[in-house]
Design a protein around this ligand. Structure first.
Ligand code: FE2
Length: 387
């Protein structure tokens, strides 16, 4: 199905989450842009380790003076890796403070000017006024607002564009093309915010973006012996954009959210969850390519999996021994089950990481795995001296 067909079939027709507002219809995630210290090397990493494909490039060779950007693609996921070419730049300042991290979560809309107007009218802080960009393939309109920390949402309207990515980019044809690993689309993107800020941002997503809060976890549900956090999941009306928001909670020791906030030096994107429809194959390939995952939970965890699956136990096709060997976690809700695994941070600061997720009917976020997951993260924090 072409991009336009998907848009026509899906846009505006679904209404999964009652209570969500219609003033900001979103077709999906357009791209995620990282500000990084060395985009050329980051691109090599995401191609080699995660199986992304070269798509587009902009830099000195295309007339840019201040930055270089590499665009990578795998199925519906587009990552943009941007680096500054001089110290005197907003990008360089961002990296100096936060290290490598997500700057832009770009959302695909039909009307970028209206998206800007509606959200700013409701209290969003403007990042970029609507801007028309053109080349021989048509035109794209983009606008943007700030969300938590220095992170921004761009609204991308590309219905009058048929180029490779955006005006100003040239196709990036490479002789080096490692095979994809089966990553399909972005399932959700999680933000970490500071103490007492979760509800502020929940309200912001409700008021400014028209989202609904459809799942909440308090510190009684998300804790280990040592640390705790709170999380609320925000979704737009058609369920295609899901943003869980985490806040630290008091515990005996420092939580992973506090560790993130300390090293990112503020609120920001904690993880990108990417969907696959064959997690065993995907994770096997990722491990072979050097992607590091959090350590597997103990054997007792896997012994409890059939009980945790409950009525869905007969539906599960995957061999528990294989899941155990790969360290893949299993959880279930009323509607089905899900399989998930988390990488270690993908940069030296213990900040951004990736989740690989395969949903077999379940719409949750692996709440049943939180304890096993956080104990695994705490083992890493212990090594870093940050627990
Ligand atoms: Fe997640």
């Amino acid at each position: 199905m072409s991009t336009n067909e998907i848009k026509n079939v899906e846009y505006g027709l679904e209404k999964i989450f009652e209570g969500a507002q219609d003033f900001l219809p979103l077709n999906g995630t357009d791209y995620v842009e990282f500000y990084v210290g060395n985009a050329k090397q980051s691109a090599h990493f995401y191609k080699t380790a995660f199986g992304f494909q070269s798509l587009a490039y902009a830099g000195l060779e295309t007339g840019l003076k201040d930055r270089a950007s590499y665009v990578l693609k795998q199925d519906k996921i587009r990552l943009v890796l941007t680096t500054p070419l001089h110290s005197d730049s907003e990008i360089a300042e961002h990296i100096k403070k936060h290290g490598d991290g997500v700057k832009v979560i770009a959302l695909w809309v039909d009307d970028a000017a209206k998206s800007f107007e509606e959200t700013v009218k409701r209290g969003a802080k403007p990042f970029m006024e609507p801007r028309v960009e053109k080349d021989e393939h048509g035109e794209v309109v983009r606008s943007g607002i700030y969300t938590y920390g220095e992170t921004v949402h761009l609204f991308v309207e590309r219905k009058n564009y048929n180029g490779t990515f955006l005006p100003g980019y040239q196709p990036w044809v490479s002789d080096y093309n490692p095979t994809p690993v089966g990553l399909k689309f972005i399932d959700h993107m999680v933000g970490n915010v500071g103490w007492n800020q979760m509800n502020t941002w929940v309200k912001w997503y409700e008021d400014v973006m028209g989202f609904v809060n459809f799942l909440s976890f308090d510190d009684k549900q998300i804790h280990t012996e040592y640390s705790a956090l709170m999380s609320k999941v925000m979704s737009n009306g058609n369920g295609r954009i899901k943003f869980p928001i985490n806040e630290p909670a008091e515990g005996k020791k420092k939580s992973q959210i506090e560790e993130y906030l300390e090293f990112y030096e503020g609120s920001g994107v904690q993880h990108l969850a990417v969907a696959t429809d064959d997690i065993i194959s995907t994770v096997t390939q990722l491990r072979a390519r050097g992607v590091e995952f959090l350590s597997a939970p103990p054997a007792e965890y896997y012994a409890e999996v059939p009980a945790r699956l409950g009525v869905h136990v007969d539906k599960m096709k995957e061999d528990i021994a294989v899941l155990s060997k790969l360290g893949i976690l299993v959880d279930a809700d009323e509607e089905g089950y899900l399989l998930q695994i988390f990488t270690k941070p993908v940069e030296d600061r213990p900040t951004l990481f990736f989740e690989i997720i395969q949903r077999m009917g379940a719409r949750g976020f692996g709440a049943g795995n939180f304890k096993a997951l956080f104990e695994s993260i705490e083992r890493e924090q212990e090594k870093r001296g940050t627990l």
